[in-house]
Ligand binder design. Structure first.
Ligand code: GDP
Length: 302
């Protein structure tokens, strides 16, 4: 329901497709597909993906597989669904058997990283997991306090930097050590909300990953990139860069309850082969849902 209302603008942009397909006939295919491509572009699908979708529809129309406007609409939805689920890999968290599992949450400032980490703690706690948070955003002054509020709200323990000069990799390795010694199920690591163009902070992220792996070889189990669902095509360069630097294992797409512009996520999943694992649908503690590709597609195309 929430993403359905969040995508109302996208649906409005794509409503033209229904009109086009209502009067579609074979002779009119090129014009209709051109306009359909335009509607996808306006909805942030990006040029590469829009072309890919339209080309596959054209092939199927010319091969006689799609015989009505309705067939084309269904094929369009199926094609987006396939792009979202095809290469993306497992949408469930992959936490392995060794305790504690370590999840690092990364992303640019303001995307909803800390909030998502808090909501994730709530989900894990409700499954009976003992959760430890690590306040690894040592760059922004208020970040640690913000995370402490989330720790209290969710009944999680938290490790914070002791002193101004303590850097993120040390906080994370201390937390993972504590997690190991005291039998925690998951250590949730916050990181600085860096700009993807800020290189030294990206380097710090690499150090964070190494610090964690030093305590538990193979960790972190998951590196989740938080992407603001209202930013449209900016998502793609961000995701590329984070993936190149630290290797992202899953996406959290936030703010899908607002004026979401989620078309671009199809490009991110297709180009990088990283699955969306969760979506954020509000600011509350329970507003994180597992990603459901079918519900997502139905929210975009009514
Ligand atoms: P960070 O800088 O990436 O850690 O971002 P924050 O977690 O501080 O979130 C930035 C703002 O976005 C806050 O006001 C959050 O309440 C809000 N926010 C985060 N996730 C969502 C979401 O799924 N929906 C809505 N509506 N707001 C969100």
């Amino acid at each position: 329901e929430k993403i359905f209302s969040g995508f109302s603008k996208t649906r409005e942009n794509l409503a033209v497709i229904d009109e086009l397909l209502l009067y579609w006939n074979l002779a009119d295919t090129d014009r209709v597909l051109d306009e359909l491509e335009e509607a996808l572009l306006v909805s942030d699908f990006g040029p590469k993906i829009s072309m890919k979708i339209v080309d596959s529809l054209r092939d199927d129309i010319l091969a006689g597989k799609l015989k009505s406007g309705n067939d084309i609409k269904e094929a369009l939805k199926k094609s987006v669904l396939n792009l979202l689920t095809g290469k993306g890999g497992k949408t469930e968290l992959q936490l392995g058997f060794r305790k504690p599992a370590v999840i690092m949450v990364v992303g640019v400032n303001g995307g909803g990283k800390t909030t998502s980490l808090g909501k994730l703690a709530r989900r894990l706690k409700s499954e009976g997991v003992k959760v430890l948070m690590a306040a690894g955003d040592t760059f922004r002054a208020a970040a640690s306090e913000q995370l402490e509020v989330w720790a209290e709200r969710t009944g999680s323990e938290i490790v914070t930097a002791e002193g101004d000069k303590v850097k993120a990799p040390l906080v994370l390795s201390q937390a993972v050590k504590k997690g190991k010694e005291q039998g925690y199920g998951v250590v949730l690591c916050d990181t600085s909300g860096r700009l993807h163009t800020n290189y030294s902070l990206m380097e710090e992220l690499v150090s964070c990953k190494k610090a964690v792996a030093k305590v538990i070889p193979g960790a972190p189990n998951e590196i989740l990139l938080v992407l603001d669902g209202t930013t449209g095509l900016n998502m793609l360069p961000q995701a590329r860069e984070f993936n190149e630097v630290v290797g992202v294992t899953g996406l959290i797409l936030t703010k899908l309850d607002g004026s979401a512009r989620g078309g671009c996520v199809v490009s991110v999943v297709d180009e990088l082969g990283i699955p969306v694992k969760f979506i954020g649908v509000g600011e509350g503690v329970d507003d994180l849902q597992p990603f459901d590709a079918e519900a997502f597609v139905n929210a975009i195309f009514s």
